[in-house]
Design a binder for this molecule. Structure first.
Ligand code: DQA
Length: 147
């Protein structure tokens, strides 16, 4: 199975960015760990990051044609990007949404996700481990199982 992981705006600054909220690991560390974790359960995980809404939309469309599933942390776009929501709605493969922090315990504007209604589900507030959970959930969704 092939899964595309998309990290959105400001997630390239993981490790440097508000470490009390997002932790000390860098995006490189995270992607490396996740690719290894995924490969151990038979998943080919490809990781991309972009700060640009249009680039993220293009990646979603591409994934719809060439991957089995999408895992996305849309960053702040979560809260207002109808364009990313429509991109996800336009593909037929499953999408899982991940947030590192517990958005519900933070500012009011983070409590809403315009993305969530077009996803299989949302993983929120479990730190970087949420991405591992998303990979496992996607495997299950795609009919695979951990050996
Ligand atoms: C985030 C939460 C968003 O509100 C924020 O804008 C981010 C990161 C998270 O992973 O907790 O950039 O998606």
């Amino acid at each position: 199975k092939r899964i595309l992981l998309i990290n959105g705006p400001n997630l390239n600054r993981l490790g440097k960015r508000e470490p009390h909220i997002y932790g000390h690991a860098t995006l490189d560390d995270l992607e490396k760990d996740l690719r290894l974790f995924a490969s151990q359960i038979g998943i080919n995980l490809v990781c991309v990051q972009s700060n640009h809404e249009g680039v993220i939309i293009d990646k979603i469309h591409e994934a719809g044609d060439t991957y089995d599933g999408v895992i996305i942390n849309p960053g702040a776009f979560t809260h207002y990007s109808y364009a990313i929501r429509d991109a996800i709605a336009s593909i037929t493969i499953p999408t899982i949404e991940v947030h590192i922090s517990n958005v519900h315990a933070r500012e009011e504007f983070r409590h809403t996700s315009v993305i969530a209604p077009v996803t299989v589900g949302q993983i929120v507030g479990l730190g970087l481990y949420g991405y591992n959970v998303a990979i496992l959930a996607m495997l299950e969704k795609l009919g695979g199982k951990v050996e």
